[in-house]
Design a protein around this ligand. Structure first.
Ligand code: MRU
Length: 334
């Protein structure tokens, strides 16, 4: 039984334990949470202690692997159903849980199925970086949104893995990091990862992106995805659509980077992607801060938005780079 480790998780197959780095505490505190019980993992995922589309799928699977040592089949299936429903938008969660459910029903080795999902995700991150890095021209000042790095996956990330590789190859000059309201995944997590990787970066408010693009200080936008529909529309952290529209207006390349496990061929278009609505208090105040808005002000807090395929320059997948013509011809339909 292996010991598996990534930036945000530690899994001990012999002991049947899983620990996850509490992403709500970063960057100022590195606190590890026990995620060996799927019931606890549901809470970690809902509170965003564990987050990022591929990462929540991997953690859900490994948590079921831990539970398989002590739970009956029907208990495991009940845990799987609760995990599957923990967040509605990221299809990687459903994809990973469904693979575990198939293993449970077929009486297969459940830890082996979960460990396979971890290993696949690591490999897919490396493949996305390999395919995406050549798209980054020398001297590029990239802009990114939310956190798409090692905390959001089992490997080096999606969009951030491309950025890391382009930097290692000497072409990436700088990263503009959107703070990513309301929960500040960019400000808290992406800056933490980029600093650890030694990549030059500057934190900006989300609303500064337009001004920087207008001033000619951004060369490309790279983002991740929580679900890509068959027609190429995709859901990602709220604020992504605004960036895509801005990039289009300023004739800048706009890349979405994701593993195949983020593609939902059964979803015909963006209109069919379920969008998570989160707690109004996330908007009334910042993480850990007292509310700055009236405590009863009505709030609209969609966690994701949908970017239409027409605004995407290319889809960087672990299987290769797709251009619009290929997507229009059905490359994401299976
Ligand atoms: O709400 P979050 O923090 O889980 O949202 C995460 C994102 O929107 C990421 O961009 C997406 O999951 C892709 S990350 C590999």
């Amino acid at each position: 039984m292996p010991f598996l480790e990534s930036l945000g998780l530690r899994y001990d197959g012999d002991a049947g334990t899983l620990h996850v780095l509490d992403q709500t505490r970063l960057p100022h505190e590195e606190r590890w949470l026990d995620g060996s019980d799927p019931a606890d993992m549901v809470g970690h995922i809902q509170r965003l202690s564990v987050r990022g589309a591929p990462m929540i799928g991997v953690c859900a699977a490994l948590s079921l692997a831990c539970a398989s040592r002590r739970c009956t089949r029907s208990q495991l299936l009940a845990h799987a159903a609760a995990l599957r429903a923990a967040r509605p938008t990221a299809v990687n969660l459903m994809w990973a849980v469904d693979r575990l459910v198939a293993a449970i029903k077929a009486d297969e080795d459940i830890p082996a199925a979960a460990e396979q999902i971890f290993a696949e995700d690591v490999a897919r991150c490396a493949a996305m970086a390999r395919h995406g890095a050549p798209l980054i021209a020398a001297g590029t000042r990239a802009l990114t949104h939310c956190n798409t790095g090692g905390l959001a996956t089992a490997g080096d990330g999606t969009a951030l893995a491309v950025i890391r590789r382009a930097h290692a190859e000497g072409r990436l000059a700088h990263v503009w990091v959107d703070e990513t309201r309301p929960l500040l995944q960019g400000a808290r997590l992406t800056t933490w990862e980029l600093a650890r990787a030694g990549i030059p970066h500057t934190l900006i408010t989300d609303s500064a992106a337009a001004m920087l693009m207008a001033a000619g200080r951004v060369d490309a936008v790279l983002v991740g995805a929580d679900r890509i529909a068959a027609n190429g529309d995709f859901a990602n952290k709220i604020g992504t659509l605004a960036l895509a529209l801005l990039a289009h207006h300023h004739a800048l390349p706009f890349y979405v980077v994701a593993p195949r496990s983020t593609v939902d061929p059964a979803c015909p278009g963006g209109h069919a992607i379920p969008i998570e609505e989160r707690d109004p208090d996330e908007v009334r105040g910042g993480p850990g801060a007292p509310p700055w808005a009236p405590t009863d002000v009505p709030v609209c807090n969609p966690a994701f938005d949908v970017t239409p395929a027409a605004l995407v320059t290319a889809w960087v997948l672990d299987t290769g780079v797709l251009r619009r013509e290929e997507v229009d011809a059905g490359a994401l339909r299976s």
